[in-house]
Design a protein around this ligand. Structure first.
Ligand SMILES: Cc1cc2nc3c(=O)[nH]c(=O)nc-3n(C[C@H](O)[C@H](O)[C@H](O)COP(=O)(O)OP(=O)(O)OC[C@H]3O[C@@H](n4cnc5c(N)ncnc54)[C@H](O)[C@@H]3O)c2cc1C
Length: 386
């Protein structure tokens, strides 16, 4: 593993960094105040991201994407992590799961989504099925050539903006290692399909302007062609996608922590109490040192996982360790930053309290810290046959 970046990777980082500082950061306060990205602004940003060749960086060039490898995509995500999800998601990327599109799905869903003409979102979580995804109760039943969906999902990010949803539903049972279990399939369902409704969910303290919706399926009929991938194998698609999406959380956590640490260091160097910069007090200086060391460690873990993914060798435990460590590091760094800023850290005229709020969700979505620990320890015990 080479710890240096190639010229090409450095150029990618510089391009994204410049885009984020110029096109996204200036809108942060507005988005925070409105709790939304005005549609016209969102369209402009997405258009500029497409123009700059940054949109859908994770898809192959033949499909109209950026054609970057996973390591380069992780660098892009690290740079996007500098700003909030509401803004970075306008530049980000369609779900990797769409690579499973076949036949007409390619023209209807995959290609327009990679071009930025359509927007996807992904729905697996339900009020009764969070960490235990397989316990979902949304069902899809065959009726002639069609499927009929019934059930409810919640916490579905971006469903208010998306044109279609990749939804997971139980379609039967299969034999698992511990006996019979639900077999889950994935479906592509357009907004506006009869029986499918999207409601604005409760608002979250993290990432204002990036909303999480409630979906309802009541006798929602979709054609047979809405099935994404193989019937009953939706969980495999999900598991394949989760590794990459956990790396996204790790990379964006690293990017955001870097910004917070920069601000905290500036503050510690300039804010004076007792006649000297507060950073000279050991209590503050050591906190900065801990923040920097944790950040470097999280970045190394994340980049190592990304390098392994690029080389086809990333394990579930690699992605879980990166997500666990980086998201917990971000929580710690933002909390220490609030402390270093003192009262000013809690006031809304500085972004520190926002970073602290935004950081909290990273330990929950895409699998909680406990679930990541479960994945890591299970892989360790399996090696010993336990
Ligand atoms: C802001 C936000 C956006 C989201 N966006 C989406 C989205 O777009 N699409 C989507 O499908 N989902 C989305 N989610 C759902 C997210 O993935 C779940 O919230 C997450 O998986 C945890 O599920 P839960 O909230 O139901 O918590 P629960 O599963 O109820 O967990 C509660 C607590 O119990 C612990 N716990 C549970 N099981 C175990 C175990 N086996 N061992 C140890 N501890 C355990 C958890 O770690 C946690 O601390 C989003 C969530 C949030 C908060």
């Amino acid at each position: 593993m080479d710890f240096g970046l190639s010229d090409e990777q450095r150029a990618i980082v510089a391009t994204v960094r410049d885009f984020v500082r110029r096109e996204l950061v200036p809108h942060e306060d507005l988005v925070e105040r409105l709790d939304e990205v005005p549609a016209e602004l969102a369209g402009q940003i997405r258009g500029r991201a497409i123009g700059a060749g940054l949109y859908a960086a994770n898809f192959p060039a033949e499909l109209g994407g950026g054609g970057l490898d996973e390591l380069a995509v992780t660098l892009v995500e690290r740079e996007l992590g500098w700003t909030s999800y509401a803004l970075q998601w306008l530049v980000a990327r369609p779900s990797n799961i769409l690579r499973a599109c076949e036949g007409d799905q390619v023209q209807t869903y995959l290609l327009p989504t990679v071009r930025g003409e359509r927007v996807d979102c992904l729905a697996m979580t339900e009020p009764g099925a969070g960490s235990d995804v397989r316990s979902m109760t949304t069902r899809a039943a065959r009726d002639g050539a069609d499927w009929v969906l019934n059930g409810a999902k919640h916490f579905i990010s971006y469903a208010d903006v998306a044109d279609f949803v990749i939804v997971f539903a139980v379609t039967g049972t299969d034999a698992g290692p511990r006996g019979e279990r639900s077999a889950i399939s994935a479906f592509l369902v357009d907004k506006g399909t009869r029986g499918f409704t999207v409601g604005r969910g409760a608002s979250s303290i993290s990432h204002r302007g990036y909303h999480h919706c409630e979906l309802s399926f009541a006798d929602c009929r979709v054609p047979g062609s809405a099935l994404l991938g193989v019937e009953g194998r939706g969980f495999d698609l999900l598991s394949e996608w989760l590794g990459a999406s956990r790396l996204t959380v790790a990379a964006t956590s690293v990017g955001r922590a870097r910004r917070v640490l920069d601000l905290a260091t500036d503050w510690a160097a300039t804010r004076k109490q007792f006649g000297q910069p507060i950073g000279r007090f050991q209590g503050v200086g050591f906190a900065l040192a801990d923040m920097a060391a944790r950040l470097e460690a999280a970045e190394l873990l994340t980049m190592r996982a990304a390098w392994r993914l690029t080389n086809g060798a990333m394990s579930d435990a690699d992605a879980a360790m990166a997500k666990l460590f980086a998201s917990e590091m971000l929580g710690r760094v933002t909390d220490q930053a609030v402390q270093i800023f003192g009262g000013a850290g809690l006031m809304s005229d500085l972004p520190i309290e926002r970073f602290w709020r935004d950081a909290r969700v990273e330990r929950i979505w895409d699998g909680t810290s406990e679930i990541q620990r479960h994945i890591i320890s299970r892989s360790m015990l399996r090696e010993r046959g336990a």
